[in-house]
Design a protein around this ligand. Structure first.
Ligand SMILES: Cc1ncc(COP(=O)(O)O)c(C=O)c1O
Length: 388
């Protein structure tokens, strides 16, 4: 392989090309808007990728993080810190009794869940869903049901079986005696915004294995309740959180319900940066901000956005809940995303033909109208190209 000469390499080439990066350099953000290095404004209906739930530079986590930054950046997990304990207590209250392990990302939260389930049950098998996404580390990739992301990295962790979403008979059959964990996203996010049926989830709670819900994308208010499972009438044993928990500062969390506690002992798991005081202080401010009023906003704005999306030209199906919505479009979703970006709106894909909308939970009515208008224009242009 011929390497480009050093003099030709720019900063962007000095990053490994793991993302199909758009030629857009974001330098500033406030609320639902970001600005590029030329001062151009964009409406951010992706919130990063469902990360800045309160909007960019929200004052509550900003003040909390700044205050913590001036007091203490790091203390080893060999010691207690106020911010990690305060966050764990807050999340436990929301969950109704749980212990937390803090880490730095979603994939790490899944890794913690995989290890916890093995230790708690003594059974190495995992059942996950076709089309699921749980992260890029080898363990998390092993339970990700997307062959295109997995094949180049085989052999992965053995003992994982994938079943189709909402196929109750397949789920029951897959949970054999050596399966210790069933891992499910309440709404498959990267896999195309596919909500799981309450009946499927209920069966998952009855099987002889721990149930971990991956709420990395759906959690912290995104679907209109703090945890997506609250609206589905079930209670899992384990929950993975990350993404919007600290509104953009790195954090992940594995929650273990009190009824499933007791499997980890000192030395079983760890993370140097896990429970970082600054991230935890910001996260506590986020948890406090995701109150009844904000959750009502998510449900109301989400309903308006879903209705508006369904009426746009070429949108065939709308799926999702709250402010995690997917619209199945004709033609390629990536093209629609690009066209929106050129017109000042940032949105996401979720698979090849689904455009994903995940604006900040604080989104207002006017911003929704503006986003639908830009998206409508992009879809009309796309249609006229398809039917030319
Ligand atoms: C449902 C779900 N699980 C896990 C992950 C992995 O999280 P991270 O990229 O923080 O490792 C993601 C990221 O998109 C996700 O959406």
């Amino acid at each position: 392989m011929t390497a480009p000469s050093n003099s030709l390499l720019q900063g962007v080439d000095r990053l490994l090309p793991t993302y199909p990066r758009a030629d857009l350099t974001i330098v500033r953000g406030e609320g639902a808007r970001v600005w590029d290095d030329e001062g151009r404004e964009y409406l951010d209906f992706g919130s990063g990728i469902a990360v800045v739930g309160l909007g960019h530079c929200h004052p509550a986590p900003l003040v909390a993080a700044r205050r913590q930054l001036e007091r203490l950046w790091h203390a080893s997990n060999l010691y207690r810190t106020e911010s990690a304990e305060e966050l764990a207590a807050r999340i436990s209250d929301r969950f109704g009794g749980a212990q937390a392990f803090f880490c730095n990302s979603g994939a790490e939260a899944i890794e913690a869940a995989l290890k916890y389930a093995r230790k708690a049950t003594g059974k190495p098998g995992v059942v996950a869903l076709d089309g699921s996404f749980h992260g890029r580390t080898l363990g998390a990739l092993s339970v990700t049901g997307q062959p295109a992301k997995r094949t180049a990295f085989a052999p992965l962790v053995p003992g994982v079986r994938f079943v189709p979403a909402n196929d109750i008979a397949a789920l029951r059959a897959a949970v054999t005696e050596n399966v210790g964990l069933v891992l499910l996203e309440p709404i498959l996010g990267e896999g195309g915004i596919h909500p799981l049926d309450p009946a499927f989830l209920e069966v998952a709670t009855e099987l002889p294995a721990l149930l971990c819900l991956d709420e990395i994308q759906t959690g912290v208010g995104r679907t209109g309740s703090f945890f997506a499972f609250e609206a589905l009438g079930i209670r899992p044993d384990l929950v993975a959180l990350a993404k919007s928990l600290a509104n953009g500062l790195p954090i992940g969390a594995l929650l273990v319900a009190d009824h499933a506690a007791g499997a980890f002992a000192p030395g079983d798991h760890g993370s140097t940066f896990g429970g970082n005081p600054v991230s935890c202080a910001a996260a506590s401010a986020v948890v406090d901000a995701v109150d009844d009023e904000l959750l009502a906003n998510v449900r109301e704005r989400g309903a308006v956005l879903a209705e508006g999306l369904a009426l746009l030209p070429g949108v065939q199906i709308v799926r999702g809940r709250g402010l995690l919505l997917g619209g199945v479009v004709e033609g390629g979703a990536a093209e629609v995303v690009e066209s929106c970006r050129e017109s000042g709106l940032l949105i996401l894909t979720a698979g090849e033909n689904v455009v994903r909308l995940a604006p900040p939970l604080t989104i207002g009515a006017e911003e929704i109208t503006e986003a639908l208008s830009i998206l409508g224009m992009a879809l009309r242009t796309m249609r006229s190209r398809i039917y030319r």
